[in-house]
Design a protein around this ligand. Sequence first.
Ligand SMILES: NC(=O)c1ccc[n+]([C@@H]2O[C@H](COP(=O)([O-])OP(=O)(O)OC[C@H]3O[C@@H](n4cnc5c(N)ncnc54)[C@H](OP(=O)(O)O)[C@@H]3O)[C@@H](O)[C@H]2O)c1
Length: 334
Amino acid sequence: MNQKNQRVVLSSRPEEEATSECFSILEEELPDLKPGEIRVANQYLSVDAAIRTMLRGEGFHMQMNIGDTIFAGGVGRIVESEVDGWEVGRAVRGPLGAQSYATLPSEHLELVEESNLPLSVNLGVLGGSTGVTAWIGVKRVARPKPGDIFVVSAAAGAVGSVAGQIAKKEGAIVIGIAGGERKTNHLLQDLGFDHAIDYKSQNVRACLSSLAPQGVNVFFDNVGGEILDAVLDNLALRSRVIICGAVSQYNNMDDVRGPSSYLKLAERQSVMEGFAYFHYPESIETAEQELRAWLLEGSIKLAEEILDGVEKFPEALGFMFSGGNLGKLLVKVR
Ligand SMILES: NC(=O)c1ccc[n+]([C@@H]2O[C@H](COP(=O)([O-])OP(=O)(O)OC[C@H]3O[C@@H](n4cnc5c(N)ncnc54)[C@H](OP(=O)(O)O)[C@@H]3O)[C@@H](O)[C@H]2O)c1
């Protein structure tokens, strides 16, 4: 192949916001394939909130060093292969990185089932860090009961949109917290949430006490910080607070602010429980099967926000942390 690889690398660690100066775009010759390796032409890259935590070398799951290709899950097609059973043209998914071609051993990848669904759903509703996280978080960890008041934060984002829809399927009354009218309208009109709170223009504490006077039974938290405190102040007796993530803290991971209202857990005889989707490996296949069936019957939706070009990856991260994205944020490579 005579194409070059374009990759986005970490050139300096961000202090607070990850601005474009923290990244460089390199163009390099593609290396020769070694035995056991395949080459993938990347098509879509998943922009995940957790990437921000890796840029300072303090991520809770993974770290990145200066000069590393920015971590990104992705989906693409094999263009060269030294591995039997991994034919050119097959779609694959895995840690492809923020680059135009990935060259890696096949054991780091999985073959993707071809269907009428667009390839990008393998990072969205069917993606480990998106739909599967939401499914495991709701069905294995939060376990809402019919009639429960289920509150989700970053509700119009990738994980939050799917988590709220699954909680509806479980019979819960779902309240989404998101930033701005475009997002709250989406939750109510497109995703069937029961209520939506715009935390940028409304008082979350006051809205919750009027929408849920008996209190919140389950809180699926993606944001942390002040929103977590506002929900803790509105818990029902024997409620469950599920920590999926805390995006409000990721720009400053060496000064994470815990909830000041945590004593409400004692007062309301409640529990707080964190999880990562890969703590439940036995549930991943079941989650994917059910999510796929819902997608095919059209009973679950996830909007996509797509930036075009691998060089847009740094911009996409900034976009996410300024709350720009509705649904799943992706970078389209080709
Ligand atoms: N536990 C797991 O296994 C697992 C796996 C994947 C993801 N996660 C977590 O799930 C959460 C959502 O991740 P995602 O990739 O799906 O991202 P996302 O929700 O699509 O995007 C992040 C959203 O967070 C909100 N946000 C950004 N900065 C904020 C701030 N300072 N304060 C309040 N809200 C802010 C923005 O929405 P608004 O406009 O509404 O503010 C933004 O759109 C993250 O906490 C992530 O770490 C956990």
